[in-house]
Ligand binder design. Structure first.
Ligand code: GDP
Ligand code: IMO
Ligand code: MG
Length: 423
């Protein structure tokens, strides 16, 4: 059986959590393959909103096992809090959630290093979620990291100490004001580790290979979005992992020829949280309306998200890099009430019109060129079938499908599980 992927095509927060939850009934295994608690994946059903950071978004279903893959970085402190939040729902976590031994651990000092690095950058800061993601992946690629499997060794605390001591001297190097009590942070870390150790650690690549042989259906859940990819995103304003399709191969041990469908998910407009270029960003009333109606605040940090028109140049690039087979358009309901809508179909790049994403998309190089289309007034949030959708929205969808050359298979019209139209 092939492994299907679900990936964000923009700067994250496209609605991955909601759609993974919707699709889980069709799968036996949901697996996260990269990122860590910088992610905030929201799902809503029965009037309750849940935000998950490291735990895959299939956790509320009885039919699926959830796996945190080797490409993920885990903060035991945040993990423990996530587990505590789930307690009241009486889920059988022990038999439904498995952790890869090869996943790397975020130490308290990784978080401190993240804060020190950002503080030292001043205005040039990345706008990191400060969860220690960058420093943890640096230790991974630098071959210094600590992995979940290390926690099964008796001397894991020695390994921890050596790494944390090294980090402390690196924090000093940054020469920034950073107040912290490492003893307290370490206590909290050890408590988190004890909770983590209650779960089953697995060789997830082996588990997944076996599952494939048995014909099990697997969905890989991406975090962040393609424009935050370490290689293909708006570097250096990116995260530290491969958020694109190839990341699922390295982050789970799935060979490329075993990838099936690639679900690409995007908002009907665009948002970004943190720093970095965003060609179609709006600073006017339209942008404020999107932020207000779309309730655009980060699920992890609560920071307001920057909003703008849909950028088809960037979206085409993401479709191409990921090999998207099916598109899913989220938050169409937020655009109800705009008389006209703009879609960025090309860029003016240093005086020339181009339709591909160039190396540099800073505002001094790039101005978006828009196609204007008719908006719709109708409230979409109670609509449940394709036939009910207003003509102007159908035209918007057809326009995007023609430009992107990939069908839009899901139109989401609200945050709830049920507010999902399959086409
Ligand atoms: P993720 O990181 O990709 O899982 O997305 P987030 O959970 O960070 O952000 C998406 C936000 O939009 C969440 O608050 C969702 O509840 C909400 N949401 C998802 N789909 C829709 C939709 O179709 N309409 C509206 N209005 N909200 C949506
Ligand atoms: P989900 O999975 C939106 C952004 C941060 C920052 C940059 C680097 O919920 O879509 P990091 O913490 O990785 O050092 O931050 O990436 N970022 C996200 N933006 N959604 C996310 O995840 C994000 N994870 C990281 O805001 O600009
Ligand atoms: Mg999010």
């Amino acid at each position: 059986m092939a492994v299907d992927l679900l990936l964000g095509l923009q700067w994250g927060d496209e609605g991955k959590g909601k759609i993974v939850d919707v699709l889980t009934k069709n799968y036996d295994i949901i697996a996260r393959f990269q990122g860590g608690p910088n992610a905030g994946h929201t799902l809503e059903f029965d009037g309750i909103k849940h935000v998950l950071h490291t735990i895959p978004s299939g956790i509320f279903h009885d039919n699926a096992v959830n796996i945190v893959g080797n490409g993920v970085v885990i903060d035991p402190v945040i993990f423990k809090k996530e587990l505590e939040n789930l307690k009241k729902f009486n889920l059988d976590i022990a038999s439904k959630l498995f952790i890869s031994r090869k996943a790397h651990l975020i130490l308290p000092t990784h978080r401190l290093l993240d804060a020190a690095s950002e503080a030292s950058k001043g205005k040039a800061k990345i706008g990191s979620t400060l969860k220690g993601i960058g420093p943890t992946y640096m230790d991974k690629t630098g071959r210094n990291g600590m992995r979940v499997g290390d926690l099964e060794l008796e001397n894991w605390k020695d390994k921890y100490r050596a790494l944390a001591d090294k980090h402390e001297s690196m924090i000093d190097y940054y020469d920034v004001d950073l107040e912290y009590n490492l003893k307290e942070l370490e206590l909290e870390f050890c408590e988190g580790v004890e909770e983590l150790k209650k779960l089953t650690f697995i060789d997830s690549e082996e588990y997944l290979h076996q599952a494939q042989r048995e014909g099990k259906k697997i969905l890989a859940e991406g975090a962040q979005g393609s424009l935050l990819d370490i290689d293909f995103g708006t570097y250096p304003f990116v995260t530290s992992s491969n958020t694109t399709a190839a990341g699922a191969c390295t982050g789970l041990g799935v060979p490329p020829n075993k990838i099936g469908k690639v679900f690409g998910i995007f908002k009907a407009y665009a948002t970004r949280v943190g720093s970095g270029p965003f060609p179609t960003e709006l600073f006017d009333e339209d942008g404020k309306t999107m932020a207000r109606v779309g309730n655009e605040f980060g699920a992890t940090t609560g920071r307001p998200r920057r909003c703008g028109w849909l950028d088809l140049v960037a979206l085409k690039y993401a479709v191409q890099v990921n090999g998207v087979t099916d598109l899913m358009m989220m938050k169409g309901d937020v655009l109800s009430g705009f008389k006209t809508l703009k879609i960025c179909t090309s860029y003016n790049y240093q005086g020339k019109e181009i339709s591909h994403l160039p190396y540099n998309i800073e505002p001094e190089n790039v101005t978006p060129i828009y196609t204007e289309v008719e908006g719709w007034e109708d409230d979409l949030t109670k609509m449940s079938s394709d036939e009910e959708l207003p003509n102007a929205l159908n035209s918007y969808i057809s326009f995007l499908e023609k430009e992107l050359e990939v069908p839009i298979k899901i139109v989401s019209v609200g945050p709830d599980r049920t507010q999902t139209i399959h086409r």
